[in-house]
Design a protein around this ligand. Structure first.
Ligand code: BG6
Length: 479
């Protein structure tokens, strides 16, 4: 056993999921179609497709997830047995507003989350809720062009206000947009669709569209923060960034400058969320690129007035980049400008494993944003083998968690980082966001289902279940 550092009293140990990746029940009780419902299954190395509506003969794994919609009481019991103090999930926007532009919410959807939150609270587990986690209503994509349209701000704020009001006595910790900064990889076919619901063609300027959509999301987030605080001043409303620190490949000055620009381009979202203003380099960049942005003085005032209370973030890996000879502008482009890190191992999906990167990132964020932090995702996607007796010996997962939790604890105990809690991703097996696979498993709890939704969906404990239970029971000391 490795000795870790005890986390402070009240530290929120738990687990994290997102509605569309585990609930299933995609068309029940009045739920509308979300962007996730039109994403087909991919595979390791094969991206998912987004179809024009739900098509006969295609496989849509989010339609069944792991069937949490019908089985959550059993799952909540297992979370309680592990010792969870909190459980991070998202509210599926389409359960509340099936199309997204209605004015009256769907009562059956609201009731589902009432029941879920009540059940969690009865086990002493507090819900931590993301408002938008890659599941915007598909109707808003088709009819409005997603967040390319300023009208989306009102739709989002209406949704946020309804759920803030409904759950004001059940939920304290909220986050607005999941991994808002993952859309910086704008050359990938999906992030813009998942995050912002943009449908762009080959002739569109994808980068400009990304900055514009992100601006509207940031304004929507700032308005939601203000609305939430007006409803309950005790609310803690955070942002959610995908934190993957980007290192220079060498000490060559051009590599260092490129890494700095890469960090600016990936984390300016956090600057706006936390500091309430655009960093100085960005308007210069818009000017240089000839981007004609719709950013008003009223928007800038809103951003200043709606800064977040804490930094929620995911951490899975770090990246590396290098400079290009003679490129004075350092126009880093993700993911094209990433290079391999020769010093770290990779998962089967090519994700670089770097626990020290977590400690580094926590220090970096503390110094830059001066806010409490909440690690709302971290984990190891792997192929698990279920033995004949039902056991799963996932020592590779335990080893990943041990190293990352220790790095997190060092950041708190040795570096003074202010950390609210830690919720490992996919605490129960669910559908992978990037590939749509069940086979990319993260859980402490195994779900008997395959990539095509075949199986009993029965739950069982992996070895990591007992291990994490002991970590929580010792407040992080017994790793
Ligand atoms: C984050 C997302 O990107 O990473 C989750 O917030 C996602 O939705 C998780 O599931 C792990 O990624 P993947 O692609 O392995 O499921």
């Amino acid at each position: 056993m490795t000795k870790g550092y005890k986390m402070p009293k009240g530290f929120l140990w738990g687990g994290a999921v997102a509605a569309h990746q585990l609930e299933g029940g995609w068309d029940v009780d009045g739920k509308g179609v979300s962007i996730a419902d039109v994403m087909t299954a991919g595979r390791n190395g094969v991206p998912r497709k987004v179809t024009d509506g739900v098509k006969e003969g295609e496989v849509y794994p989010n339609h069944w997830g792991n069937d949490f919609y019908h089985r959550y009481p059993e799952d909540d019991k297992l979370f309680a047995e592990m010792g969870f103090k909190c459980f991070r999930t998202s509210i599926a926007w389409t359960r509340i507003f099936p199309n997204g532009d209605e004015t009256t919410p769907n009562e059956a959807g609201l009731k589902f989350y009432d029941d879920l939150f009540d059940d969690l609270l009865s086990h002493g587990i507090q819900p931590v809720v993301t408002l938008s986690h890659f599941e915007i209503p598909y109707h808003l994509v088709k009819a409005y062009g997603g967040f390319s349209n300023r009208k989306m701000i009102d739709f989002f704020v209406r949704f946020a206000t309804v759920v803030f009001d409904r759950y004001k006595d059940k939920v304290k910790y909220w986050m607005t947009f999941n991994e808002i900064n993952n859309q910086t990889a704008w050359s990938d076919p999906h992030p813009l669709l998942q995050n912002s619901g943009l449908q762009l063609g080959a002739d569109d300027n994808w980068e400009q569209a990304m900055y514009q959509a992100a601006h509207y999301e940031l304004v929507a987030s700032a308005l939601a923060v203000q609305a939430g605080h007006a409803i309950n001043p005790d609310f803690q409303i955070g942002c959610m960034v995908a934190m993957c620190p980007i290192y220079p490949l060498t000490a060559k000055p051009a590599d260092v400058m490129m890494a700095e620009r890469a960090m600016q381009k990936r984390y300016w979202f956090g600057d706006v969320h936390c500091l309430g203003e655009y960093p100085k380099w960005l308007p210069k960049y818009f000017e240089r690129k000839g981007f004609d942005m719709d950013i008003t003085a009223a928007d800038l005032a809103t951003l200043k007035a709606g800064t977040v209370d804490y930094v929620g973030f995911s951490y899975y890996m770090s990246f590396v980049t290098k400079g290009r000879d003679g490129d004075q502008e350092y126009d880093f482009k993700e993911p094209d400008d990433f290079v391999e890190n020769p010093y770290v191992e990779k998962s089967d999906w090519g994700w670089q494993i770097d626990p020290t990167g977590l400690r580094y990132a926590m220090n970096w964020m503390q110094d830059r944003w001066h806010l409490p932090q909440f690690i709302v995702e971290n984990g190891f996607g792997a192929y698990d083998k279920k033995e004949a007796d039902g056991s799963v010996h996932d020592d590779y997962r335990i080893s990943y968690f041990r190293d990352h939790i220790l790095a997190m604890e060092e950041a708190v105990a040795l570096d003074g980082v202010d950390l609210i809690g830690y919720t490992p991703w996919g605490c129960i097996d669910l559908v992978s966001a990037s590939t749509g696979e069940m086979a990319k498993r993260y859980g402490f709890i195994y779900v008997d289902a395959d990539d095509n939704g075949h199986g009993s969906f029965d739950r069982s404990k992996k070895d990591s279940f007992d291990w994490f239970q002991q970590v929580i029971a010792s407040d992080g000391e017994d790793l």
